[in-house]
Ligand binder design. Structure first.
Ligand code: HEC
Ligand code: HEC
Length: 277
């Protein structure tokens, strides 16, 4: 075992390097995130000598060689979490959320979009309503709590805000999307996604073949958005806003659908708010 990272540089002699190739690997030295292993005597717990590298391993840099940016062979960015993040100079590290300290040890499970618990930290949803004549003027306030985009990571992650109104008997009176999965044409401002296209301008299901970016409507780091709706007030007993997260786009599922199950095809609720009348 001899892998450990010393520095990362994606640009080396003019060539972009991705993933592990962005890191320099030492043939004979091990490094750790704390200064604790300085003792020259190897022990049973750490049979190899270690040296500290806090600047690399205790900061976001350790993630950046792989997560700063990845572009496909046509130059289209596939994921850019690190660049989204450096935009705001956040003093908080990636590890503070993705490798939290729990009961004296560090959780290495690297939770992200597969974890509903993580998703629930991503966004704060609230509703403001005001009845005027026979409409309820409704504002949905959405605040991204993350120092990177929401959703971030691979291009097929996608989010939408579903706004519904029901009567006392739970009958649906209003829905901002007519179908499920939702279609952007019903309510484009409530869809938060990264749209990639082929050379003819047609949306691609599989991002690795994309040749251009059409639009990026995902939340920026810390972004606040307010969306306004007029809902007919007759018989309304409850108005509900839900922020729904999908790991894959419907097009992606259709293309590679056979065998996909669980959270790959069913959505998760990242945030919810309700007002009762
Ligand atoms: C050697 C490359 C490499 C390094 C270093 C690395 N990652 Fe990753 N990471 C990946 C790859 C590849 C994936 C899978 C593709 C994806 O989901 O983007 C991934 C996936 C993830 C995911 C998503 C997991 C899921 O549920 O799908 C999170 C969150 C993540 N990494 C966070 C981090 C953080 C935080 C760091 C730094 C402490 C880090 N990674 C360092 C390569 C790396
Ligand atoms: C304040 C907490 C927080 C910090 C700090 C943070 N993240 Fe995240 N990250 C999240 C949450 C919550 C999600 C799930 C929602 C989403 O995809 O945006 C997530 C999602 C991700 C994903 C996508 C996971 C997936 O399943 O696709 C990656 C990759 C990732 N983060 C990497 C990073 C990196 C790299 C950093 C540091 C530059 C970082 N994160 C900093 C909370 C955080």
């Amino acid at each position: 075992m001899k892998l450990i990272v010393l520095v990362y540089h994606m640009l080396q002699q003019g060539n972009l390097r991705f993933g592990i190739q962005a890191y320099e690997v030492s043939p004979d030295r091990l490094q750790g995130p704390s200064g604790r292993y300085l003792s020259p005597e190897a022990n049973a717990f750490h049979p190899f000598q270690m040296e500290p590298n806090q600047l690399m391993l205790r900061t976001s840099r350790v993630c950046m060689g792989c997560h700063e940016q990845f572009i496909n062979d046509k130059g289209v960015p596939m994921c850019q979490t690190g660049m989204e993040y450096s935009d705001m100079n956040a003093p908080v590290t990636c590890q503070s959320c993705h490798m939290p300290k729990v009961s004296d040890s560090t959780d290495h499970s690297m939770l992200g979009g597969h974890s509903e618990t993580m998703l629930k930290r991503a966004i704060v949803v609230s509703l403001k309503t005001k009845t005027e004549g026979n409409v309820i003027k409704t504002t949905v306030r959405l605040q991204n709590m993350l120092p990177h985009r929401f959703p971030t990571g691979v291009p097929f992650r996608n989010v939408y805000m579903k706004l519904t109104a029901y009567d006392k008997q739970d009958r649906l009176l209003f829905n901002n999307f007519k179908t499920f999965p939702p279609e952007a044409k019903d309510d484009p401002k409530a869809m938060f996604m990264y749209n990639l296209a082929d050379e003819t301008g047609k949306t691609v299901a599989l991002p690795f073949s994309a040749s251009e970016m059409l639009s990026d409507t995902r939340f920026k780091a810390s972004e606040l958005r307010e969306l306004d709706y007029n809902i007919p007030s007759k018989n309304v007993a409850v108005i509900r806003a839900e922020v729904i997260y999908h790991l894959l786009t419907p097009e992606f599922v259709e293309k590679l659908g056979a065998g996909l199950t669980g959270d790959l095809t069913s959505p998760a609720v990242a945030g919810i708010a309700e007002v009762k009348f």
